[in-house]
Ligand binder design. Sequence first.
Ligand SMILES: *[C@@H]1O[C@H](CO)[C@@H](O)[C@H](O)[C@H]1NC(C)=O
Ligand SMILES: *[C@@H]1O[C@H](CO)[C@@H](O)[C@H](O)[C@H]1NC(C)=O
Ligand SMILES: *[C@@H]1O[C@H](CO)[C@@H](O)[C@H](O)[C@H]1NC(C)=O
Length: 411
Amino acid sequence: MRFLTSRCRPVTLILALIAVWMLLSVYYLEIGIKDPVKYSPSSKETPEYIQMFQKQQEQVFAERRALYEKQCQKGFKGGAGEVYYYQPAKLAVCHVQKVGCTFWKRIFHFLYGDTNGKNISSPFEIERYYVHFVGGKKTNTSSYAAKKALFDSFNKVLFVRDPWARIWSVYIDKFVLPDSWLDYGRAIANRRVDRSRRKSCPDDIGFVEYLDFALNVKQDAHWKPVHQVCSPCVFRPQYLGKMETFSKDSAHVLREVGLESLVQGHDHAHYAQDEVRMLTEYIFRVFEARPPLRKCLTHAGVAERLWMAFVLNGYIGDAQTFPKEEFTKAIDGMVNTRAASQKVVELMLKYHANSTARTSQQMKDYRRSVMVQHYRQAPRPLLEKIVKMYNGDFVLFDYEARPADIFQPDP
Ligand SMILES: *[C@@H]1O[C@H](CO)[C@@H](O)[C@H](O)[C@H]1NC(C)=O
Ligand SMILES: *[C@@H]1O[C@H](CO)[C@@H](O)[C@H](O)[C@H]1NC(C)=O
Ligand SMILES: *[C@@H]1O[C@H](CO)[C@@H](O)[C@H](O)[C@H]1NC(C)=O
């Protein structure tokens, strides 16, 4: 007995040490798995840490590449795409609407010094309206087909998005906000059977009538399937980024081409604030540029539409109702739309700051639930049409064609 115990002691000790070591490594491993997810380019992390993050990202991109390569063999074709490129970094990004294209346009405008004559230090100081409607003449773009040989020696980048979320986000941007009221909005209203509801200020376009129009009447680059705008089977990107992991994926790409300094300090909190500012300024510029909209909305009316969009996107909590009086007092008397726009940015950021108590997961869950509610109002044939029309996107990019929450049978 004595003999046994004395022999057992070191063994026990060793076993205990091994157990502690295992617990510690699980602990560190877990941190290692968790933290890179939160990684943003502004984190002051060690080189080892960044290397680990990069490794993890490389794996993600390799898997996405393998998937689309496999699916492409089944005969998917699609569009060749318009490419933004920058020779010094050998960077070529295929342009797709509603998938972070403002981000990439700002990056390219900045690289080409196309900054609206302003001396700025970050791409994110360039206005959204400017990159979409004014600038860009200095920025090199080309169809993929025209410069295939050149681009094949570049780092090719394509960003994609879940079709359900992309179609939904067009609705918010174009019809909750007045961006497309005068063209598509009027076209949709004019299809209404009840003539009295055909209005020249279509501020009441419903999600279902928009879906019917987008799926059955009019193709537009904003909601056309991604693989028809820029097919991975033609473009063959090394980097297939996803909107759902946009900051991680874009940070990786920019690091790979040596341009990570461009997004230094641009973390998640900045991203949300930037969205609020950018969209507010953009919509007021649209309002300014299209005089017929003045018959539809006052300044405070524009602000109210922005408020609705920010609530739907989770930037402002849904518990808060639109403080109409405060906005009306502040901006309806203003003649200068730019000044009104700046005042609205200030107020919106104040309410946005009051809504940041929610975690980003809560914000995401909220956004999802609102979207699902809207899809569930749509007749089944329209949903089936999405499944069919966007089949290529679901299959090539690994998105769920029939999300259970949207396709739940009615109770
Ligand atoms: C832009 O295109 C021109 C003409 O093809 C080319 O010479 C130049 O290198 C390009 N610039 C960049 C920065 O890619
Ligand atoms: C732009 O701003 C930087 C610092 O803010 C300054 O050093 C530089 O001289 C400015 N350039 C021009 C052309 O004004
Ligand atoms: C912040 O939001 C809550 C509701 O979400 C509201 O009750 C409160 O009055 C708001 N505070 C300010 C300063 O607006």
